[in-house]
Design a binder for this molecule. Structure first.
Ligand code: G4P
Length: 526
């Protein structure tokens, strides 16, 4: 019974945005509402500043911050809300994709002046693939930006979302007067710097009311009435089921830095966002309410202190109750493990916990036993699905730069790959190692960490590749023919799966045309 109650209390979500749209600021305001932090500025941005590419200490510092802010929990209206942090820097997009496997819903933050940006498109695509429920917060209304209807069009066209505005802005920038909450039928007047008072929220159930003129003036009242009429005509009504199925996205407008519009977003979120959802495994569906504990590792973080090689594995609890000092099965290694110091994270505080429930994320100290995607259970053999690797976008040959340290290099590379820093491919024809990453920054991170944590040195050689695609084929003869023909372009990933290294879009197209029986996949789970 207790477990079911705890599950119903949990809401686990991620905030995604293009860097600078306001993710950190919004997170902070949400934590302030929940009383998890008392002062603004307590949540450090985990942004890796553009200048950091050559500044390794900065990268290290940022890594520390991002451990601290990996999961932030707060209580609000009787619920326990877990925010999972997603790195904004695009070079760490893969980290974000994986974090999205551990959430039940997301909030997308859009900068009103910039509209939908590239990074957001990719991330929302991942959410759409999984039918993750999405809410949208359009931020920075205190500045001049795009027209609200144009923004909604962008959300539909670029992100493929069906949207439903639940609040509507009254002016913007200098003329920003506030929002009308269509969800709660209230007028909320804008006051800069979070100086909102109770009397600034006025119930107006009928927009024809002369109260509107009184508060926002004639012109703005007329405009609002006209725009809300259009909203009601053009957009479908809020249908919670459609939202839960990822088919309809409520949209809110506000200004995170001014703590404006955030409460409206949060109040709606706690009413409609899903409690922990079932998760699919290769064997069966796992429901949160099951008696037995099961969870999976979606992120691994190396210790900041190079003298201690241990790491923190972040595990999402999917079913049952997790308990400290209890024997659990590490499915891939087929062995029992106990966790003496599982931790939870609260803003900048870490705490050892005795128990955790579905929807929670816990940190497990790990001396190299975990890989991303690993399952831990009370005994059943399960493999959680949906934690794919994506085709990297940048590739380099990696060479050992210190012949005395090849063992250290191998070990370091293996562990960094387990952490998901990058992907390693080994060529079939000559056994050479290739590192594939999403962004160039990871190459520097790998080189630096190999040296500082493993005492190994590596050098890189440029390699011009377009994509690495995983290949499958149910016709053995056709597969053999393909492998023979393309021998120099074939490699294996860390699980031994076959990968085709395409030099260009054209060579991929030709390979597809000439080998129609072979299937090419852009992610490793298919
Ligand atoms: P991110 O995590 O998505 O990368 O964005 P972050 O919250 O760090 O916000 C990026 C910048 O946008 C910050 O300014 C922040 O203060 C500002 N910002 C956030 N919300 C609003 C808003 O509602 N209105 C306006 N006008 N600005 C907003 P910065 O100058 O880059 O950093 P800082 O020195 O202010 O911290």
């Amino acid at each position: 019974m207790k477990v079911l109650k705890e599950i119903q209390k949990r809401r686990t979500f991620g905030i995604i945005s293009h860097p600078d749209a306001g993710k950190t600021t919004l997170t902070e305001k949400l934590l302030l509402f929940g009383g998890a932090i008392q002062v603004a500025g307590a949540v450090k941005s985990n942004k890796i500043k553009r200048s950091a590419t050559s500044d390794f200490m900065e990268i290290e510092r940022q890594r520390g911050i991002s451990v601290a802010t990996s999961v932030m929990a707060f209580e609000y209206r009787g619920l326990k809300i877990n925010i999972l942090d997603t790195p904004g820097h695009q070079d760490f997009a893969e980290d974000t994709y994986r974090t999205l496997t551990a959430v039940d819903s997301v909030i997308v933050v859009i900068d009103v002046a910039k509209g939908v940006e590239a990074q957001t498109e990719k991330l929302v695509e991942v959410c759409r693939m999984r039918k993750t429920p999405i809410m949208v917060f359009i931020n920075k209304l205190d500045r001049e930006g795009l027209d609200a209807f144009d923004l909604l069009d962008e959300l539909e066209q670029k992100l493929g979302l069906t949207v439903r505005p639940l609040s509507w802005p009254i002016g913007m920038g200098q003329r920003f007067k506030g929002v009308y909450s269509l969800y709660e039928q209230k007028l909320v007047l804008f006051r800069p710097h979070g100086k909102q008072k109770e009397e600034d929220t006025i119930e107006i159930t009928d927009l024809k009311s002369a109260d509107l003129e009184k508060h926002v003036g004639e012109a703005a009242a007329r405009e609002l009435r006209e725009e809300v009429r259009m909203v009601e005509e053009v957009y479908p009504p809020l249908d919670r089921q459609a939202y839960l199925e990822g088919e309809l996205s409520p949209v809110f407008f506000g200004s995170a830095i001014n703590n404006f519009g955030v409460r409206e977003l949060l109040d709606c979120f706690v009413e409609i966002a899903p409690a922990p959802l079932p998760r699919i495994t290769e064997e069966r569906m796992v429901a949160p309410g099951e008696d037995q504990f099961a969870g999976f590792v979606f992120k691994i973080h190396a210790n900041m202190d190079p003298k201690h090689r241990d790491r923190i594995a972040f595990l999402r609890v999917c079913s049952g109750k997790f308990q400290r000092n209890t024997n659990y099965l590490h499915v891939r290694q087929n062995r029992k493990m106990k966790f003496a110091n599982p931790t939870s994270f609260m803003a900048d505080k870490k705490m050892v916990i005795d128990e955790a429930f579905p929807g929670d994320v816990i940190g497990l100290y790990d001396s190299g036993n975990f890989k991303i995607g690993d399952t831990v259970t009370e005994g059943e053999v399960l493999h959680f699905k949906g934690i794919p690797s994506f085709s990297p976008e940048q590739f380099r040959y990696v060479n050992n730069a210190d012949p005395m340290k090849y063992k250290q290099l191998d070990k370091g590379l293996e562990q960094l790959m387990d952490e998901g820093v990058a992907q390693l491919f080994i060529k079939e024809d000559n056994g050479r190692k290739i590192i594939g990453t999403v962004g160039a920054l990871q190459f520097d991170v790998i080189q630096y960490r190999l040296e500082h944590e493993y005492g190994a040195r590596c050098s890189y050689e440029p390699l011009n590749l377009y994509k690495a695609c995983w290949i499958t084929c149910d016709d053995g003869k056709a597969l053999k023919e393909f492998l023979d023909r393309r021998r120099k372009d074939i490699a294996r990933d860390k699980h031994g799966q076959l990968v085709y290294l395409a030099e260009s879009a054209w060579s991929l197209k030709m390979a597809r045309e000439n080998h129609p029986r072979v299937e090419f996949h852009f992610k490793s789970e298919f």
